[in-house]
Design a protein around this ligand. Structure first.
Ligand code: SF4
Length: 122
């Protein structure tokens, strides 16, 4: 069976055509590097995704801070993780790299800030 995948490992976003037989990748085209093949193989076994979103910040120079996961999580748990992230409400200052949620839902991935939000000037 011929299937199409878009690699999300880098901004190139290669579109790949993959021949999959009995769940096994037998041929691939369109990937610019070997990470594309690895991505497709992972997608066939246990698809994962990452999250980039934002969290509310009180008393900050900005009302939101951008956050992301430190490692991909199973695709079927994305909505659960988003629900946990939405519960968060921070108070400035928040610094880049600050852990917002450690080991979210026990999935060995932290939610970290990707921006610094200083405390608002009075
Ligand atoms: S196959 Fe390689 S070059 Fe293409 S999107 Fe994936 S990582 Fe980037």
């Amino acid at each position: 069976m011929l299937r199409e995948f878009t690699c999300i490992c880098c901004p190139n976003g290669c579109t790949m055509e993959a021949v999959v037989e009995d769940g096994v990748l037998t041929k691939i085209a369109g990937n610019l590097c070997k990470r594309g093949r690895t991505y497709v193989e992972q997608e066939l076994i246990a698809p994962t995704r990452t999250i980039s979103t934002s969290v509310r910040v009180d008393d900050g120079e900005l009302p939101l801070v951008s956050v992301r996961l430190t490692a991909p999580i199973p695709r079927e748990r994305i909505f659960d993780a988003m629900a946990e992230i939405r519960k968060q409400r921070l108070t400035a200052p928040v610094v880049t790299g600050q852990v917002i949620i450690k080991d979210v839902l026990g999935m060995q991935s932290d939610v970290i800030a990707t921006k610094t939000v200083r405390k608002a000037e009075p």
